[in-house]
Design a binder for this molecule. Structure first.
Ligand code: SAM
Ligand code: SF4
Length: 420
């Protein structure tokens, strides 16, 4: 059986781990007679990503910018720094409407109801927030309390994403999780009571996991009938405990079988796989993540948060200092020293950046969105498009940029075509 593609997780764009996305080589050749300048006639939708960097305990597989909370969470300092971070970015997004907010981590569900309320009030005061904006909060089931979650919802959170990972206590222990399967189930019930839109993160190909155990986990997850599931193949990331002391994980054949079973069971249950790891019931797609994949704009605030912002003549990437204490200390100085990256995307790299995102979507994107979002003629990537079509990895045709079944199976290879 062929080795399945394991592509970067979908929830990473605004987070620190987003930096791991394949980067184009500095030496991308210039396409003769095309581009040289980015001119956008309209700006894409704008989202806000907020990073909360603390967790009760660091999980051994996790390479997110998350830090074990030794003492109490420094809520007041964090909120003050967040406000300073946001206010310094406001001139970059004046007048623009914000369509979604994603409060990710780390473990945002460590925040008190009051802190979360203050945070959302600050966003409403500073930003032109769409009245029905999607506002997601990520939560660890080991930190869920019914009263506090009701407070989050009362403050405006309308979507909760729970890091369940597994319903098997043995697997949860192997993953170093702070919660049991029973707590995971209780957390889902709380979340479903307070908001209409709930996502469950489940990982598979776990240490010593059998195919049967994977299927049982999935069936258990599906039994809650949440509108959204994020199903991630466990990856052993550099600089994690699992990279240093690798656990025994299912071989490629077994994990490929798991992927096939997942595809079958989710489809039969009515969840459409609309992105590599994302499955949704009708009307339940994550608008925030869709905006990343469709090469929309996002402002990232908080330690290690990444952003991508478009202007009529350029597209800019920004990142904030990763270390929470340094970010807090620098953000309040309001002199830009909390930025670790602030650069214009080279127009030669735009094709690759657009395509690695767009191709993650099962239905791809309209060809016309290429010029809308990059300001470039599609001729800039014509040779790569032709090669990908000739290899059977990309659908031919003039309406959409969309992977074929084969391209979907070997997404890394398809994405790599756009590096040249
Ligand atoms: C920021 S965490 C979610 C919220 C919370 N921190 C938690 O873990 O409960 C984002 C998700 O990424 C996934 N994830 C993290 N590290 C991973 C890895 N090495 N391989 C696959 N998925 C991973 C997990 O499913 C996790 O729930
Ligand atoms: S709780 Fe979530 S963010 Fe924190 S270490 Fe574990 S997986 Fe990473």
């Amino acid at each position: 059986m062929k080795k399945p593609t394991v592509v970067p997780r979908s929830d990473e764009a605004g987070s620190a781990a987003g930096a791991r996305l394949i980067q184009p080589p500095r030496s991308s050749p210039v396409v003769p007679g095309v581009g040289g300048k980015t001119i956008l006639t309209s700006l894409p939708p704008l989202s806000l990503y907020v990073h909360v960097p603390w967790c009760v305990r660091k999980c051994p597989y996790c390479d997110f910018n998350s830090h074990e909370l030794g003492a109490e969470l420094p809520e007041l300092d964090y909120l003050a720094a967040l406000q300073a971070d946001l206010e310094q970015a406001l001139p970059l997004i004046w007048g623009r409407q914000v369509v979604s907010i994603f409060i990710g981590g780390g473990t945002p569900s460590l925040l008190s109801g009051q802190a979360l309320d203050q945070m959302l009030a600050m966003f409403r005061a500073c930003l032109n927030l769409l009245p029905d904006a999607e506002i997601t909060l990520e939560a660890n089931p080991g930190t869920v309390e019914a009263g506090r979650f009701a407070d989050y919802a009362a403050s405006g959170v309308n979507r909760i994403s729970l890091g369940i990972q597994s319903f098997d206590n043995r697997a949860l222990a192997a993953l170093g999780r702070i919660h049991s399967a029973e707590q995971a189930c209780a957390a889902i019930e709380v979340a479903q009571k307070v908001v209409d839109r709930v996502n469950l993160d489940i990982m598979y190909a776990l240490p010593n996991q059998s195919i049967d155990e994977c299927v049982q986990d999935l069936r258990h997850a599906m039994s809650f009938q949440t509108g959204h599931l994020s199903l991630y193949h466990l990856t052993l990331e550099p600089n994690t405990v699992f990279a240093k002391y690798p656990p025994t994980v299912p071989d490629d054949d077994s994990s490929a079988t798991m992927q096939d079973m997942i595809a079958e069971a989710t489809a039969a249950g009515g969840w459409e796989r609309y992105e590599v790891s994302a499955y949704a019931q009708p009307g339940q797609r994550c608008r925030h993540n869709l905006n990343y994949w469709e090469f929309g704009d996002y402002l990232g605030i908080g330690p290690g948060a990444h952003g991508k912002l478009s202007f009529h003549d350029k597209i800019v990437r920004q990142a904030k200092l990763k270390n929470p204490s340094s970010w807090m200390a620098k953000a309040v100085l309001r002199d830009g020293s909390h930025l670790s990256e602030d650069r214009q995307i080279d127009w030669k790299d735009l094709g690759f950046e657009f395509m690695i995102n767009a191709l993650r979507l099962k239905q791809g994107v309209l060809r016309s969105s290429y010029i809308e979002r990059t300001g470039q003629s599609i001729l800039a990537i014509a040779p790569a498009l032709e090669r990908a079509v000739a290899r059977g990895l990309l659908e031919p045709g003039h309406e959409r940029l969309q992977a074929t079944e084969q391209g979907w199976q070997f997404l890394n290879e398809l994405q790599a075509e756009f590096l040249d």
